[in-house]
Design a protein around this ligand. Structure first.
Ligand SMILES: *Cc1c(COP(=O)(O)O)cnc(C)c1O
Ligand SMILES: [Zn+2]
Length: 413
């Protein structure tokens, strides 16, 4: 918190003192999402290359000066962040591209990038004296909030749409949440959570609304930069639902750029599922966002009314990036390739970013000479039903070598 300068409304650009507890701009209402601004001149005095060299903390708390959390005992929280950045020699060779990296954020404690936001929400709620946090989510924000809150002794009330995949529901139950399965889609869950939060006075973890969460999520970009020794890649690919994640990736690189630690901000490729792509439509037709249907297996990015449009669009335009969409078939094909060639099991919303990368290379939007990091935002165990739908079911083998031999002849890979 010590380097926070003030809050700025992303719509009317009015600023508010850092002591204010507004979630959104009181004048613009819900779309007046606040951006937390930092005093980079002060921050530079602490955060330089030596700061990273001497830092022994390999978790999100490595980046405490970049966050709005006041203080923390790292052992008192789940270990979020510092996920691996893999280089992909297989795809570099077969696609003939320069450098390709996978940032596997499915390795977070509750298996998605959302942990980076949830842990910050939990710390802010504790600082402010709340005992209950609530959110609505397509699944990952929910399970991640429930897990991180459980570790820190806070209660959670979670609103999920009825189509939330079983893996995520199982996580929620295991983490002891009060689960509200809303008879409707994500929009319905979001609306009910908003009414309930107002009525019961719980802390609000809804991602777009709460400006602290983007600051937590941005640590994925800080890590990518540090793992590349501050020699950042040309592009970063990330899937887009509400738009908070892509906004946070931009914010992380923006911070480092302001601090003079990186020479450029990577271009951002935002990927949506064809069956729910309001951002892509708005970009292609240069019009404002229109509500979209939510028709895709990539449940985590099935967001018909994105809640963070302004920050997300800023991230793409300011980074000179672009948006594309991919079909469910492409998402599943990317899921198989990632698993079989990289050993990374991604949920559909996460393999979507790789599918988007493949399409961007094929169409020439990303040049083969450019270096790229693809963020894998969530683990495949979250949604095994969708993963299995990509494969045919194999027959049972009789318990003898003869049948095994026949089977292997047909099936060996
Ligand atoms: C939430 C989520 C996203 C997209 O993040 P938004 O902030 O909604 O754009 C992408 N992938 C996974 C796995 C997610 O859980
Ligand atoms: Zn405003």
């Amino acid at each position: 918190m010590k380097y926070v300068k003030d809050y700025e409304c992303t719509l009317c650009h009015k600023t508010f003192p850092k002591t204010s507890t507004y979630m959104t701009c009181p004048e613009c209402g819900e779309l007046g999402i606040l951006d937390i601004r930092f005093d980079y001149e002060q921050m530079k005095k602490e955060v330089n290359l030596d700061y990273f060299k001497n830092n022994q903390e390999y978790s999100i708390w490595r980046y405490l000066p970049f966050l709005t959390v006041t203080s923390v005992d790292p052992k008192s929280t789940l270990s979020v962040g510092w996920s691996p950045l893999y280089s992909s020699s297989y795809f570099e060779k077969t696609l003939g591209v320069n450098k390709l990296y996978f940032k596997d954020d499915g390795q977070n404690p509750t298996s998605s990038l959302k942990d980076r936001a949830s842990i910050v929400a939990v710390m802010k709620a504790k600082e402010l004296g709340y005992d209950t946090i609530a959110c609505s989510s397509t699944g990952n924000a929910a399970s991640s909030l429930a897990g991180n809150a459980a570790k820190c002794g806070l209660k959670t009330v979670i609103f999920v749409p009825k189509r939330a995949p079983l893996g995520k529901l199982a996580q929620l139950k295991a983490f002891g949440t009060t689960l509200v399965k809303v008879d409707g889609d994500y929009k319905a869950a979001f609306t009910l959570s908003k009414l309930a939060i107002n009525k019961y006075g719980w802390y609000n973890r809804n991602a777009a609304i709460n400006p602290h969460l983007v600051e937590g999520k941005k640590t994925v970009a800080l890590e990518i930069a540090e793992q590349l020794e501050f020699n950042v890649c040309d592009w970063v690919c990330v899937s887009v639902g509400d738009g908070c994640t892509i906004a946070s990736v931009y914010k992380g690189f923006y911070d480092l750029f302001q601090l003079g630690l990186i020479a450029k901000i990577p271009k951002l490729l935002g990927i949506q599922a064809k069956g729910c792509s309001p951002f892509v439509k708005a970009f292609n037709d240069s019009c404002s966002l229109k509500e979209s249907k939510e028709d895709t297996i990539a449940d985590s990015i099935a967001v018909g009314i994105p809640r963070n449009p302004v920050k997300a669009i800023n991230a793409i335009t300011k980074s000179s990036g672009m948006m594309i969409s991919v079909t469910d078939e492409e998402i599943l094909s990317a899921l198989k390739e990632l698993g079989a060639k990289e050993g990374i099991f991604a949920e559909p919303a996460a393999s979507a970013s790789f599918a988007g990368y493949l399409k961007a290379i094929q169409k020439g939007f990303i040049l083969k000479s450019e270096t790229v990091t693809v963020i894998i935002t969530g683990n495949g165990l979250k949604d095994t039903t969708s993963a299995l739908s990509a494969f045919k079911e194999e027959r049972n083998v009789l318990p003898n070598l003869e049948d095994l031999q026949i089977y292997l002849k047909e099936n060996i890979r």
